[in-house]
Design a protein around this ligand. Structure first.
Ligand code: ZN
Length: 374
């Protein structure tokens, strides 16, 4: 599969536009988009050892969780760690694609896996993203209406809740005079035309809008397909980062810590020196990686405890002051599951592409267990 097609397919698994947090850097960082991709290495980080492995094993693409670069690179020499990694990738024609907060947020992504591993029920997102709807008003002569509508429905238009193929139409008359380089389907240049047309409107989600508009322009027989969009009061809410859910039964702090250790195959987890071990935990907030910024929101949603992968001392103090339990399970530890999800995406997109899971090669027990299950 060509890299450019693989990039589009990967984005459709966890669309950047819908699921990535503002300011995040995701997608293709390095790569010849016309190149064929036959072998992909999935990994949490495109680290130096992952890149060296990719070079030695003829890998065409590294698919990683963390953004390969956050800041622009001003030079490309081998005298700097990041530049050297970039130099090696370009020199060996290896692409790098990252799926970061979009992978955390998307249904079935890292935060949902986190909640699953803890056995949480009634799981809801901490943050949500509003998805707008538009009314797309289209015009054509009646004989073309059906074909155009069929293509628009296939592209995702006219569907909401339990209804599909929805449109509204009314008849009218269209008047125009073709001039210059126009290539009118009906009528001739410089002669006014007066024809019967239908106007048909479909509801389109922001999610599908680009695809629907592109489809309309592609299938419409006119040289200038006319349409307009009006924002609708309809909207949906997509899950974004963080989750809150309930444990099957109330646990004590030591019991809860044990549950987390078992779930993530960990030898230890950091919890505040002054936390109240007698507290009972039923509702849990979580975020993979450095998700402590969602702590207060999770508490407002009733969480008794909050778990993530990066907690600083002042955040521990704040949590204790709020009377809550927090556990730091490790940034890498809560996100190494990314390599499993990313490999699943590739297998689903094109089963001919070989995937190698770098965390499995490293002997990561949790990733091994999850890889076998999926
Ligand atoms: Zn992270």
């Amino acid at each position: 599969m060509k890299l450019k097609d693989l990039c589009v397919a990967l984005d459709s698994k966890a669309p950047e536009k819908l699921y990535a947090c503002d300011g995040d850097k995701v997608g293709l960082f390095v790569g010849d988009t016309e190149r064929d991709v036959k072998k992909v290495l999935t990994v949490t980080d495109a680290s130096s050892d992952a890149i060296d492995y990719a070079i030695d094993n003829n890998v065409d693409m590294i698919l990683c969780h963390h953004p390969f670069m956050f800041e622009p690179v001003g030079r490309l020499t081998t005298g700097d760690i990041l530049q050297n990694k970039l130099y090696k990738l370009v020199h060996n024609d290896i692409a790098v694609f990252s799926m970061h907060t979009n992978l955390d947020s998307v249904p079935g992504g890292l935060n949902d896996i986190f909640a699953d591993l803890l056995g949480l029920k009634n799981v809801v997102p901490i943050e949500t993203k509003k998805v707008k709807y538009y009314m797309m008003v289209c015009f054509a002569t009646n004989e073309y209406k059906e074909n155009i509508l069929k293509a628009l429905f296939e592209a995702g238009a006219g569907a909401k809740n339990n209804y599909k193929d929805v449109f509204f139409e009314f008849k009218g008359r269209c008047h125009f005079t073709a001039i210059g380089d126009a290539n009118p389907l009906i009528g001739i240049h410089n002669e006014p035309v007066d024809i019967e047309e239908v106007s048909f409107s479909v509801l389109v989600s922001e999610t599908d809008l680009d695809r629907v508009v592109e489809t309309y322009k592609r299938v419409h027989p006119y040289d200038v397909p006319v349409y307009y969009l009006a924002e609708s009061p309809e909207c949906d809410y997509l899950p974004s980062i963080g989750r809150v859910g309930d444990l099957e039964k109330e646990l004590t702090v030591p019991e809860f810590r044990e549950l987390c250790l078992k779930a993530f195959e960990l030898p230890y987890a950091r919890c505040p020196f002054n936390c109240d071990m007698s507290k009972k935990i039923k509702r849990v907030g979580l975020c993979s990686g450095s998700g402590m910024s969602l702590f207060d929101k999770a508490c407002d949603m009733g969480a008794d405890a909050y778990v993530c992968g990066d907690i600083k001392h002042d955040a521990y103090l704040h949590a204790t002051d709020r009377g809550k339990i927090v556990l730091d399970l490790g940034h890498y530890e809560t996100e190494c599951t990314s390599s499993v999800v990313l490999a699943d995406y590739i297998k689903d997109i094109d089963s001919q592409i070989e995937t190698i899971n770098f965390e499995v090669l490293r002997g990561n027990k949790l990733v091994l267990k999850l890889s076998e299950k999926r």
